[in-house]
Design a binder for this molecule. Structure first.
Ligand code: ACO
Length: 330
């Protein structure tokens, strides 16, 4: 990419209600011990009744605008990564535009499951390359708890609700630079059946009077996903570092998709990046799908963990399958 692109501000939002592992013990046949040792998750946030993906996304967007020192009227585009939109139509991006009190922007949703934020970030890079004055709001938001089968202990303990946001521009903020130095994305549609929410789409349409079946909720082959996730994230990170001439020891922070602590640790090990350089906050949020990377970035930023002079490696993996990595330089 010839035109440079920068993140002007980060924001996040997670619903107030918290569901702990102990709470889950009374819903399904599980234990805090099993969830903690197999995943590292201790709790997750859960949207209140009536609270939607666009509500979470709009709050994360407002926090990102405040962090960037911008107002909603300064935005030119809204990209929303989600696999749990408020509705099939209108798009969650249009609903967020309305909640921000603006109109006239290009506003569109995209779905790359858990990889959605990096996919949207890369598209935002393209937009600012075409239009040097663009200010692109990138939101990733999910209310996955509405698409969980609460009778299936192998999936319902993993996910949580949340949103993260970033604002992308061709010029950095005065006084602070977060450059999106590079981004590499991939997918393999042949593996799509290993992780699905198929009900309600055109392949399994809802017919009036039907009861809602298991296919309306997350279904997955956990062990298979685990293997592919580790392999794909490690490989794409290696490729990105190599093409940028960056040695592993020069990475100051690895910030991976927050799905499972064992996946994160295995990726860190394969990349030879020590645990103290690996950012983890899944104990607090669980797997928030597309929102996990920007939520973690906003979390790291609020803890002053992204000071000037750092090289940050982001990586993600999700349904589709989709995966990718990005390099940030502060
Ligand atoms: N509580 C107690 N026991 C459970 C639970 C639970 N919540 N869930 C499953 N078990 C049981 C299983 O029934 C099985 O019992 P059995 O041996 O009697 O048959 C046993 O635990 C072991 O099950 P496995 O599936 O082999 O456990 P594993 O160690 O593979 O961990 C897990 C399962 C956590 C799902 C893991 O495979 C994983 O994290 N995979 C990745 C899935 C993922 O992250 N998906 C999210 C979307 S994609 C992404 O974000 C990367």
């Amino acid at each position: 990419m010839t035109t440079k692109s920068y993140i002007l501000g980060f924001g996040s939002y997670a619903p107030e209600r918290i569901l702990t592992n102990t709470d889950l013990e009374s819903l399904v046949d599980t234990t805090d011990e099993w969830i903690t040792t197999r995943t590292g998750i201790k709790q997750r946030h859960m949207a209140a009744e009536g609270e939607t993906t666009s509500d979470l996304g709009a709050k994360a967007a407002m926090n990102a605008l405040a962090s960037a020192g911008l107002a909603a009227k300064d935005l030119t585009h809204i990209l929303v990564a989600t696999c749990t939109p408020d509705a099939m139509c209108p798009s969650t991006a249009c609903l967020i535009e309305r909640k921000l009190g603006v109109s006239g922007l290009m506003a569109v949703d995209l779905n790359a499951a858990c990889s959605g934020f990096l996919y949207a970030l890369n598209l935002a890079q393209g937009i600012v390359a075409m239009n040097a004055d663009a200010k692109v709001l990138v939101v990733a938001a999910e209310v996955l708890t509405r698409r969980l089968n609460w009778n299936d202990r192998s999936t319902c303990v993993l996910f949580g609700d949340g949103a993260g946001a970033a604002i992308v521009s061709a010029r950095p903020n005065e006084g602070r630079t977060v450059e999106i130095a590079d981004c590499l994305l991939s997918s393999d549609g042949a593996l799509g059946d290993l992780l699905l929410i198929s009900g309600g789409g055109t392949s399994i349409p809802y017919k009036h009077g039907d009861s809602v079946g298991d296919e309306f909720f997350v279904r997955m082959e956990g062990r298979e996903i685990f293997k592919h996730a580790v392999r794909s994230m490690a490989r794409v990170c290696e490729e990105l570092l190599t093409r940028n001439g960056i040695k592993r020891e020069d990475v100051d922070m690895l910030l991976p998709h927050q799905a499972n602590l064992r996946i994160i640790e295995a990726v860190g090990k394969k990349l030879d990046i020590p645990a103290e350089k690996v950012f983890v906050n899944l104990q607090e949020y669980g797997n928030t799908s597309a929102a996990s990377v920007p939520l973690a970035l906003a979390d790291a930023d609020s803890k002053n963990m992204l000071p000037a002079g750092r090289t940050i490696l982001l990586t993600t993996f999700g349904g589709g399958f989709t995966w990718g990595a990005a390099l940030l330089r502060t």
